[in-house]
Ligand binder design. Structure first.
Ligand code: ZN
Length: 495
């Protein structure tokens, strides 16, 4: 029997968390057609995976690639890591739905505003179909963009009529295939939204069978209240919650996992709560004196008034200038910085926590560079699984494939099975590792051998192939009958 692609002699880890097994894998068109002993079969393209793991393509549960998918469609930061699908629109910022206009108060996270031209989510998906990217994309609808569309001033809670206007936009976007509703309650465009406003909108996501992902109101001094509010909104609004980049910042939150993970455990007894995390103990965002206090080290990644300071430590700059940290930070804004503000033991506990999905939270295209954009997935596989033994590879892969697909309702992906889409990553478990660092954040990882998206090779031994077989993945209200997923509505237990 002849196939389009035959991957031979690999160890298959199927994404469900099940143990690996030796098997060949056949691909025809955009689907996996057989897994097993296929010694008598032939492939027009044959890949020798001896010594390698054959896994489902990784799903980045927390991406900000909304614009990058169109601006840099080869998506080297993601395919080089074995990622085949990105979940965009996180933290309240999404490329759609946004009516084109002169300026937005939000573009610092996503990039060039010439790309903000999608009044409906369906328009954004149509653009991705017309000029495909190398990876698939699923899209959340951001609260900040709804606020920008429907409110004149963003520094107050929305009125009832403004909530109704946002609700209309959100319903339309969910009907267009939005995966859920996201907030960024720490950001200026979103922080004035009160619990009532957020819950009224989050409820619509629940009604549509979608999810509520939330960058909470605070991650340092008021972290506990913010986490409580996020879980409470999910309960009030009857919507599954995904806690974005779960982390507690600053000295007062060292060891927070001793209470925050039990809080999530308790909530999970009666409602759907999940979370994502990036595998680093440093955050990256704008330079802001408010964030300076909570970090042990601060690395300046960019500064408009002092571009020569990029790549240097804030404390060294302050010493050179003979001023304190705050004063130095004020002189450097606007700009970007890396904040070493999290406890490594907490990061490891969150990574190992069974409901945790892996997301990069990588910010492409901007001046804020953090190695998580290029390194997150191989770092989990190579550093946290192989070097530190935090969990086995089966668990690591489940956290970046099957768990994520289940939680977001992404159909026929995130697992290797006959009938599933042929999103496949082949990597060497002995060598896979991130190479991106805080001073060289765009270094591709090692050990990712072959990556297939919808049955087409996008990465081969260290190089992008230039193929762009990615598709937008609108959420489906119902599952097609031929689907092997036929997913049950998620139970609390498997969310
Ligand atoms: Zn965020």
């Amino acid at each position: 029997m002849q196939h389009d692609i035959l991957i031979r002699h690999g160890q298959v880890i199927d994404g469900t968390g099940a143990k690996r097994f030796q098997a060949d894998l056949a691909v025809d068109g955009d689907r996996i057609t057989a897994i097993g002993n296929l010694a008598s079969h032939r492939g027009r393209t044959e890949i020798d995976a001896t010594g390698c793991i054959v896994a489902p393509g990784f799903i980045d549960a927390h991406a900000h690639d909304d614009i990058a998918l169109l601006a840099e469609p080869d998506m080297p930061s993601k395919v080089s890591q074995g990622c085949t699908t990105v979940v965009v629109g996180n933290c309240g910022f999404s490329a759609a739905p946004l009516t084109p206009r002169a300026s937005y108060p939000l573009d610092f996270l996503l990039g060039d505003e010439s790309y903000y031209r999608f009044p409906r989510l369906a328009d954004y998906f149509a653009a991705l179909e017309q000029t495909p990217a190398a990876v698939n994309s699923a899209a959340l609808v951001g609260h900040s963009v709804l606020r920008v569309e429907c409110m004149k001033e963003l520094d107050r809670p929305a009125s009832e009529s403004e909530i109704a206007a946002m609700a209309q936009r959100l319903k339309e976007a969910l009907a267009d295939g939005g995966l859920g509703f996201s907030t960024g309650l720490e950001y200026p465009s979103n922080k004035a939204a009160d619990t009532r406003e957020v819950a009224a909108l989050a409820r619509l996501a629940g009604e549509a069978g979608a999810v509520f992902t939330t960058h909470a109101r605070n991650y340092d001094h008021h972290f506990r209240e913010a986490l409580t509010e996020a879980i409470e909104i999910g309960r009030m609004a009857e919507v599954p919650v995904v806690l974005s980049h779960h982390q507690g910042d600053g000295p007062e939150n060292i060891g927070h996992t001793a209470w925050s993970l039990p809080m999530i455990d308790e909530a999970r007894l009666s409602q759907k709560v999940g979370l994502d995390v990036y595998p680093y103990n440093a955050a990256a965002t704008i330079i802001d004196p408010a964030f300076v206090i909570s970090a042990s080290r601060i690395l300046i990644s960019s500064s408009q008034p002092h571009p020569e300071m990029a790549g240097r430590e804030l404390d060294d700059i302050a010493a050179e200038w003979g001023v304190d940290r705050d004063t130095a930070a004020l002189r450097l804004i606007p700009g970007g910085a890396i904040y070493f503000c999290q406890d490594e033991a907490d990061v490891q506990r969150i990574l190992a926590y069974p409901p945790t999905m892996i997301g990069s939270d990588g910010l492409p295209g901007g001046e804020i560079n953090h190695p998580r954009l290029w390194g997150s997935f191989p770092r989990v596989l190579g550093h946290y699984s192989r070097e530190l033994g935090l969990f086995d590879l089966e668990t690591a892969i489940h956290k970046m494939t099957g768990l994520t697909a289940n939680r977001f309702g992404i159909i026929d992906r995130g697992k290797l099975a006959a009938g599933a889409f042929a999103d496949v990553t082949v990597f060497d478990p002995a060598t896979v590792i991130d190479r991106a660092t805080f001073t060289a954040p765009s270094e591709p990882s090692l050990g990712i051998r072959f990556v297939l998206v919808n049955g087409a090779l996008v990465w081969r031994d260290g190089h992008a192939t230039g193929a762009r077989p990615g598709r937008p993945l609108p959420r489906r209200a119902s599952v097609p009958s031929q689907s092997l997923s036929a997913p049950q509505p998620l139970s609390i237990a498997n969310f």
